[in-house]
Ligand binder design. Structure first.
Ligand SMILES: C[S@@+](CC[C@H](N)C(=O)[O-])C[C@H]1O[C@@H](n2cnc3c(N)ncnc32)[C@H](O)[C@@H]1O
Length: 312
């Protein structure tokens, strides 16, 4: 049940982020967590949930003020506290055996510690630090032979490094929901290659795990020469991929390391431009595991599309 209060009471403890798309993203992930824990509970003694960009466990949503009319009193702007991904995962039945929450911000970890304290008896670990470092250094030290996990990668922007995804894929035991920052990608991959400076190049290579993006995404355009044969603009290379093309390039990159990558869910689902792609990827290559993950993820994503995405 959401907690409602006056907007004037907002403080630095409140974690406000996202918009309507946050609601949808969490709805899809929650559905998968339920389906996954129900299906795998009998098969594995140890099911983990790993939230690498966990936030605080709750999120603060502003609800606009409403003018009064003949029938209703005016309602001032108010804020509602709703469950974030960490709390949603704690509430899943059948339960996860272990929940690992990571966040770089000490204040967010303090809130996650409070969440842990309010669930005595649950095996919850809160890790403060850069999720890339924690995952790359530790994830393959776990014996995954009799364990399975779901990881949620829900950064604000381009914080997930390619090496982190490689480390996750190497476990062959973790399914991932990854909110990919498509807007970060199209901002860094400027239209003309001359607009992609060294910092942007580095960011793109870190995110995509290769510098081949340049050859894949950019094509030469002929120089512009006026009627008298004077060169008006030199030869340039321009991005040949639009937003959909960039998204399919990201999918192809993910497919180089994960045996299954579902077609992503666009977020926000209605408004242009699309800012994120919610990807599902599974790392277990066994045909049975792939079949199960594929059925769940495709069902959840296509049900989400039919209820949230208007046909174009
Ligand atoms: C969009 S919020 C996550 C929201 C959360 N999934 C929820 O539903 O409540 C992103 C979080 O990632 C954290 N963060 C940013 N960079 C990070 C990093 N490199 N490692 C770990 N956490 C990071 C931020 O402090 C923030 O809490």
């Amino acid at each position: 049940m959401a907690l409602v209060r006056d907007a004037k009471t907002l403080s630095t403890d409140d974690h406000e982020f996202g918009g309507q798309h946050t609601e949808i993203k969490l709805e899809l992930v929650e559905k998968y967590l339920k389906a996954y824990s129900t299906a795998l509970r009998q098969k594995f003694n140890s099911l983990w949930y790993i939230d690498a960009f966990a936030g605080t466990g709750s999120r603060t949503v502003r609800i606009d003020a409403k003018d009064g009319d003949l029938l209703d009193e005016p309602v001032p702007e108010r804020v509602e506290s709703r469950r974030g991904s960490a709390k949603i995962a704690l509430d899943i039945e059948p339960r996860f055996d272990r929940l690992i929450f990571m966040d770089q911000k000490p204040a967010h970890c303090a809130a996650l510690e409070a969440l842990k304290a309010s669930h005595p008896g649950r095996d919850v670990h809160v890790l403060n630090g850069d999720a890339n470092v924690i995952i790359q250094n530790n994830i393959n030290r776990v014996d995954w032979s009799s364990r399975r996990a779901i990881m949620f990668l829900d950064p604000y922007g381009m914080e997930v490094a390619w090496e982190t995804l490689q480390a996750i894929a190497k476990t062959k035991a973790i399914d991932v929901w990854f909110l990919f920052p498509l807007s970060g990608l199209y901002r860094q991959a400027a239209r003309n290659i001359s607009g992609v400076d060294a910092t942007k190049r580095r960011a793109l290579t870190t995110m995509l795990g290769t510098d081949e993006w340049e050859a894949e995404l950019y094509s030469p355009v002929p120089p512009i020469i006026d009627l008298l044969g004077t060169l008006e603009a030199p030869e340039e290379r321009q991005r040949n991929a639009d937003v959909a093309g960039l998204e399919s390039y990201v999918k192809r990159r993910l497919e180089t390391i994960f045996p299954l990558v579902a077609d992503p869910f666009p977020l926000p689902p209605q408004k242009k431009p699309q800012r994120f792609s919610l990807f599902f990827a599974a790392s277990n290559p066994s045909p049975k595991a792939i079949d199960l993950a594929n059925r769940f993820a495709r069902h959840i994503i296509s049900a989400g599309i039919s209820s949230h995405v208007r046909p174009r």
